[in-house]
Write a protein that binds this ligand. Structure first.
Ligand code: OSB
Ligand code: MG
Length: 371
């Protein structure tokens, strides 16, 4: 699926997405999941192409053998597989979706959500010129978005903050380095403090807590960890080491709703605010992000924004829309609350495979993969 606008981060530029979708059929309902891995293994170790065989050879057979009733029991069923959290999340989240439809309740309610409306920000990729970036900031603010996040990297940072702050001194502004700085850049990172950013996201290595804790001591600006946080224990370690003051929760990165709720709960106990990250999802993953963002501790605007910022035509109906207050209304209907446009999905699919449960008891259970 071509993106409406190319998205450039410190690790590369994305112009088209190649997305893996999971469809779980059970007792008359169909749950959908999206693998949020990128086309390249640059954000983390997984990619669309690594998730496929892990699902086919490990996760789907385990799920179809298991006698499970809930999304919450998926982590146990998948526990013999190390890592591969984005592949796991794609399947687990589809089971949660199916479960919520069987219970005839909204997915967000099944997750324990309370918010009826979620706060939205935008993540802006790097642009060829500062002028082009300024135009994008202007458009997003006019649309009502509550927070602007600028992608940055060495040589591509304070100049942008300076230009944006000079024109909009009061907005909620943050930046995301995607692990592109080193500890020797400490003095330079201290100069970010002058711009009163809400946070600096993942300045150092993707797998680090310790050096972030050293850096956080030197900064007034709060560090937010993204890549480093894979599960509840990581969140706890980062909080205890004071590696960050804010955490970004991504469903794929932590392995699905079960672990996302555990991260949410431990941050609540420790008084650390969270927000929902994005991975340039189609409407399927986006609708999961909306449900997750309804949990109480998602108190900061997330990276979950309107479908039209990414796609000329999304694969769900209705498309995700944002109010002029920069919020998304949480749907009140059972399941994810957005219908999958099956025709559109079929048209975009280049590869698909379907798996059936072998045993009698579960003969109406099937899983399909599409990419
Ligand atoms: O670090 O948050 C990130 C996109 C791909 C990979 C990593 C990140 C992002 C984003 C985009 O920032 C958020 C979105 O608009 O979906
Ligand atoms: Mg990030």
């Amino acid at each position: 699926m071509p993106l409406v606008h190319p998205f450039e981060t410190s690790f590369g530029r994305t112009t088209d997405r190649r997305v893996l979708l999971v469809e779980v059929e059970s007792e008359g309902v169909t749950g959908w999941g999206e693998c949020t891995a990128g086309e390249r293994a640059s954000f983390c170790e997984e990619s669309t192409d690594t998730a496929w065989p892990i699902l086919v050879h490990e996760l789907i057979p385990a799920l179809l053998r298991a006698e499970i009733q809930t999304g919450g029991s998926c982590p146990r069923v998948f526990s013999h597989v190390r890592g591969n959290r984005m592949a796991k999340a794609a399947l687990e989240n589809a089971v949660w979706d199916a479960q919520s439809q069987q219970a005839e309740m909204p997915l967000w309610e099944l997750l324990g959500g309370t918010r009826t409306e979620i706060a939205c920000g935008v993540s802006l990729g790097m642009e060829p010129t500062v002028g082009e970036l300024m135009e994008r900031v202007e458009a997003e603010l006019a649309a009502g978005y509550q927070r602007i996040k600028l992608k940055c990297k060495p040589g591509h940072d304070v100049e942008l903050f300076d230009a944006v702050r000079a024109r909009w001194p009061e907005i909620l502004l943050s930046c995301d380095a995607n692990a592109s700085y080193r500890l020797k850049d400490q003095e330079h990172l201290r100069s970010f403090d002058a711009f009163h950013l809400l946070m600096v996201e993942q300045p150092l290595w993707h797998d680090d807590f310790y050096f972030h804790s050293l850096l956080q001591r030197q900064l007034e600006t709060s560090i937010c960890l993204d890549e480093s946080i894979r599960n509840r224990r990581d969140a706890l370690a980062a909080i205890e080491m004071e590696s960050c003051r804010i955490i970004n929760i991504k469903l794929g990165r932590v392995g699905g709703f079960s672990e996302a709720i555990r991260v949410h709960n431990v941050t609540t106990e420790r008084g650390i605010p969270v927000w929902c990250g994005g991975m340039l999802e189609t409407g399927v993953g986006r609708s999961h992000n909306i449900a997750l963002s309804s949990l109480q501790n998602f108190s900061l605007p997330g990276d979950v924004s309107a479908s039209s910022r990414y796609w000329t035509e999304d694969i769900i109906e209705p498309a995700v829309e944002v109010t002029s207050r920069g919020t998304i209304q949480v749907p009140q209907t059972p399941g994810r609350g957005y219908r999958v446009k099956r025709d559109r999905v079929e048209k975009l699919t280049v590869r698909s495979e379907r798996f059936h449960a072998r045993n009698q008891v579960r003969s109406d259970h099937a899983v399909s993969l599409k990419a």
